[in-house]
Design a protein around this ligand. Sequence first.
Ligand code: DX5
Ligand code: ZN
Length: 234
Amino acid sequence: MSLLVAPSILSADFSRLGEEVRRAEKAKADWIHVDVMDGHFVPNLTIGAPVVKSLRGTTDLPLDVHLMIEDPDRYLSDFANAGADYITVHQEACTHLQRTLSHIRSLGKKAGVALNPATSEETLHYVLKDIDLVLVMSVNPGFGGQKFINEILPKIKRMRALLDQAGNTEARISVDGGITLDTAKLVAENGACVVVAGNSVYGAPDINKAIADLQATPRPAFNQSADKLKQTIS
Ligand code: DX5
Ligand code: ZN
């Protein structure tokens, strides 16, 4: 099974976002990653639910919405109604994380949790069964084009072990930030099955090759527990 690739539209040309999404779809991307920033949780501002709704009309690919916002509960139904497939909140932004994850699932969406580089996988110990996706951040969120932080690699492996021990073998681990062919290989070796890639996809001279090369990253046999979902959602 290949690595799933979710191009991040943060690195796309915002003046023609629909075309940029279709360009990634034509290049056989697996998901589209949408970075939502509020200027509080992270020091940058991007887009909201109306843009997700517009993008929903341009692609059939799963929309992987990464909420880098404080108090995300206020906006969950907006993003669900806009057509998000995965809704990922930050562990650091949720006081009542279990409630938030249940809320996302009750809206009929896949529930994701993102962990900043300094946040331990152990913080998810009591919500392991409430998770469909863990987004391990390999940069401090807020900007594209940052350098991959190597220290997060053991976190991926430990996170995979915790999910499997809890019987949640279907939950996926995605890694976001500074993904290149080299770092994709490292995260796959440690148990990731999805990579988010901004600059290395939208900044590449040939988007088809950039996506195909990332997808061709070898994944060790142990790291395939979530693959059976591939047919159903992607
Ligand atoms: C960072 C965002 C990422 C970003 C990745 O805050 O969450 O999704 O777009 O961009 P690259 O791949 O360029 O590091
Ligand atoms: Zn992101």
